[in-house]
Design a protein around this ligand. Structure first.
Ligand code: BJ8
Length: 431
């Protein structure tokens, strides 16, 4: 898609119906259009199959919202979530839609700070501010949100968010012992009952099996895509990969998997023909750490406009979301929920202790992706990832891997300083 033809669409009548602050939101499509043209469409040699994902961004506040409203009209729930621990398979099984609501924009932070303390994670503030300011159609479209007890900032915010939208909370244990696994399974069982109740149905074995296959297929498509971008020269940019991984949280899963596989077919041809989005000599960087929710493209844009390419995201908007699939061999609903729980327990968020599996996983992804250095990204005030970076740095030192830790928020204020640090890091890894 050309820079000039791309346009994020508007639908004030739809936004009005959703109870949004239309006057305030009406400037958003133009801002997003401008940012998207600059960050994405100015890239050279993008794969043709990116056109679908460009279209998803054009329709982010309109067409996809219409689809969610159609789900609601059928009497099925649209559930907002904030964490990859909430099992989307059970929402899909009940005929509902699952939408990731994490916030990645600076524009809603001031709204949040009217209620929340300032010194907490920008992702939590951004999401909360979207709801308080009525400036996110997804937040307005969801019937309820499902929070979880991962970090302190999130779990305490749910108590306040419940004043604006019904907010259920799932308890996620902080350790992975047998007794924690039992608790977790019970939480999953309760979650199924709650979602079924809202959907007005009792999902049985076949619906759960179908949903597991659907979400597995989505995750498998993303695995395929990620392993293709590990090739050298990289056939797709880190910015485009990040975008696709963000869209995975709000697109319809079957269509999304199909489009990712179409892109993979194109990239396979690129790999065969030795075609890259950048030359093979371009320095390769793995980004690890906290998730980058839409439209947080800040670090990737800095890295890729400084002469390097991002070849992997060890993040929840990245491999942590799709590295594990659910075993499809269960023969009863009870077994399905057990297998599902086993899969979710493999997610290695820093909210867990101990969490050494994550350090091993970062090192594995570093080797698999052919990266030459790791930039660990931590959102401000995220204590668990910030502290875990100590162990990650030690592991990198032990294995002779170049490592840099960055702490940032959504404001543009530190872009110049970050760019200087990233450029110096790129120079260091290229010797
Ligand atoms: S599984 S990473 S999605 S909790 S960055 S809000 S942890 S203070 S996002 Fe997360 Fe689930 Fe873990 Fe993934 Fe808190 Fe940290 Fe902010 Fe975070």
């Amino acid at each position: 898609m050309s820079e000039q033809s791309f346009q994020v669409k508007s639908d004030p009548a739809l936004w009005e119906k959703l109870g949004m602050d239309v006057a305030r939101f009406s400037g958003m499509p133009a801002m997003l259009t401008q940012a998207y043209r600059t960050i994405f469409l100015s890239q050279k040699n993008r794969p043709a199959a990116m056109a679908y994902f460009d279209g998803m961004v054009e329709n982010i506040h309109t067409g996809r919202i219409d689809e969610l409203m159609a789900v609601k009209e059928k009497g099925k729930p649209v559930v907002g979530t904030f964490c990859v621990y909430v099992p989307e398979e059970l929402i899909v099984a009940a005929g509902g839609a699952c939408v990731g609501l994490c916030g990645g924009a600076q524009g809603s932070i001031a709204d949040a700070e009217k209620v929340l303390p300032r010194n907490i994670c920008p992702m939590v503030k951004s999401a909360f501010g979207f709801k308080v300011g009525k400036i996110c159609p997804y937040f307005q479209a969801v019937d309820l949100v499902y929070g979880e007890t991962t970090c302190d900032a999130k779990k305490k915010t749910w108590e306040l968010l419940d004043r604006y939208v019904p907010t259920h909370v799932m308890e996620i244990p902080q350790m992975k012992r047998e007794r924690d696994k039992r608790l977790w399974l019970e939480e999953v069982q309760d979650f199924k009952v709650a979602v079924d109740r809202i959907a007005g149905t009792e999902t049985g074995f076949d619906e759960v099996a179908d949903a597991i296959r659907t979400v597995n297929a989505k995750r498998a498509a993303l695995q395929r895509l990620n392993s293709l971008r590990h090739r050298s020269p990289s056939p797709i940019s880190g910015r485009d990969m990040l975008l696709i991984q963000q869209i995975a949280f709000y697109d319809e899963p079957v269509r999304f998997a199909g489009k990712v596989n179409e892109l993979c077919d194109e990239l396979e041809k690129r790999v065969k023909d030795g075609v890259g989005v950048v030359p093979a000599s371009t320095p390769r960087i793995l980004v690890s750490g906290t998730p980058m929710a839409l439209p947080n493209w800040k670090l990737h844009n800095i890295i890729e406009t400084s002469g390097a390419v991002v070849v992997n995201e060890e993040s929840c908007i990245g491999t942590r979301y799709y590295k594990d699939l659910i075993d499809e061999g269960a023969t009863t609903v009870d077994q399905q929920l057990e297998r599902l729980t086993e899969r979710y327990m493999k997610i290695d968020c820093s909210c867990f202790t101990p969490n050494d599996d994550r350090i091993d996983q970062v090192l594995k992804e570093y080797r698999d992706s052919g990266a030459q250095g790791i930039i660990d990204y931590c959102l401000q005030f995220c204590h668990t990832y910030n502290i875990e970076a100590v162990k990650l740095r030690e592991a990198c030192e032990k294995h002779g891997i170049s490592f840099m830790a960055i702490e940032s928020d959504y404001s543009p204020d530190d872009v110049g300083q970050l760019k200087t640090r990233v450029e110096a890091f790129i120079e260091q890894i290229t010797g």
